[in-house]
Design a protein around this ligand. Structure first.
Ligand code: FAD
Ligand code: NAP
Length: 313
């Protein structure tokens, strides 16, 4: 029986593990289906994590040191995907992908979010074959070539900046005239001569053949004019969907309260509607979707777990 099972090894899960183990819990396991680190490992640059401000340092650089610190105090890492969680009486059962069952007194769910699909023709067909959601992973394939970026938020504009250092030209296609991205990011974008803002526009179609994407057609929604962009990679950054599947039972119903978007409803202590079950990071309602706040959530949830277990004794 674990004292605490942590599902997801991004900033929220790792921090929860650090606080739970340093707080004295002996049996704490973090279930992460890939390498720990979370979505920030895809980021090419971090400017807003206090104490980590060095040009050229990536999200991967940042999370490598987090892992070392978080595992130092006894947190166990199991590289396993969790299928679902159930509660019977006072205990939780965590069912892993291979069918193995693990019991725990408490659970902190930190499964984060994944990039949304935009829904244009060809997006699914050429996903991974020219259509990407990771500039750090795939940007280098377009060295010296033009690329198209879809989206107008922080992710799209930050990744456009990253791509502008590798690619000949970056065309940022956004459906409105104004951008959501933070003002300092916009300032940097506007200074880059090889970033071109294509506003009031959408991707009409991504086209190609057996070998992958050949190009995209961009439609101006005001004039209906279509522009063909041959020989381009396409990077899609149109927001995120929460990863909440582990909280669904066999009837496909959530075991705790969620809002209409599937975000987990928590109080200020990261408590869900089920006693002993906590949610932290991007997965929760009103998440600011920042590394610093995900880490803060993880620490709060772990401190609550310590009190909850103490009260059980
Ligand atoms: P995540 O980081 O999403 O981690 C969740 C983890 O859970 C993942 O590792 C996943 O593999 C795992 N998981 C999911 N389901 C399961 C399962 N069933 N079983 C086991 N494991 C599972 N924030 C900033 O503050 N500054 C930035 O500069 C910044 N830049 C960003 C750039 C990019 C390209 C992206 C994508 C995001 C950026 N963010 C930035 C946002 C930041 O990365 C997130 O807010 C943060 O990572 C959320 O942390 P989390 O722990 O809640 O979730
Ligand atoms: P986001 O802020 O939700 O922005 C998504 C962008 O995509 C918006 O500009 C949106 O247009 C556009 N869009 C949505 N659906 C679309 C569609 N179907 N077709 C075309 N365009 C579409 O998403 P994000 O940029 O991934 O950021 C997610 C969260 O993480 C935010 O809270 C963000 O602040 C945070 N984040 C922070 C940092 C940082 O702090 N440095 C970095 C990355 C992410 P509209 O504007 O018209 O809605």
């Amino acid at each position: 029986m674990l004292d605490c099972a942590i599902i997801g090894g991004g900033p929220a899960g790792l921090t929860a593990g650090l606080y739970a183990t340093r707080g004295g819990l002996k049996r704490v396991s973090l279930f992460e289906m890939g390498m720990p680190g979370g979505q920030i490992t895809q980021s090419s640059e971090i400017e807003n994590y206090p104490g980590f401000f060095e040009e050229g340092k990536t999200g991967m650089d940042m999370m490598n040191t987090w892992q070392e610190q978080c595992f130092h105090f006894g947190l166990k890492h199991e590289m396993k995907k969790v299928d679902n969680i159930t509660k019977t009486g006072e205990y939780f059962t965590i069912v892993l992908e291979n069918g193995t069952k693990v019991e725990a007194l408490t659970v902190i769910v930190c499964t984060g979010s994944v990039p949304k699909r935009a829904g244009f023709n060809g997006e699914d067909e050429f996903f991974g074959k020219g259509v990407s959601t990771c500039a750090t992973c795939d940007g280098f394939f377009y060295k010296g070539k033009p690329v198209t970026v879809l989206g107008g938020g922080d992710t799209a504009l930050e990744e456009a900046l990253y791509l502008s250092n590798i690619c000949s030209d970056v065309y940022v296609v956004h459906r409105r005239e104004t951008f959501r991205a933070a003002p300092p990011t916009m300032e940097r974008v506007l200074k880059k001569e090889n970033i071109h803002l294509v506003t009031d526009s959408v991707i009409e179609e991504a086209y190609g053949g057996m070998m992958g994407l050949d190009g995209v057609k961009i439609k101006n929604t005001k004039t209906n004019e279509i522009t063909d962009m041959p020989n381009t990679g396409l990077f899609v950054f149109v927001g995120l969907n929460v990863r909440n599947e582990v909280l669904k039972d066999e009837k496909d119903e959530f075991i705790c309260k969620t809002n209409a978007s599937g975000q987990v409803i928590v109080d200020l202590s990261m408590r869900t509607s089920v006693a002993g079950l906590y949610a932290a990071g991007d997965l929760r309602i009103e998440a600011p979707k920042q590394v610093v706040s995900a880490a803060g959530d993880g620490s709060i949830a772990a401190l609550q777990v310590l009190s909850y277990i103490q009260e059980m004794d």
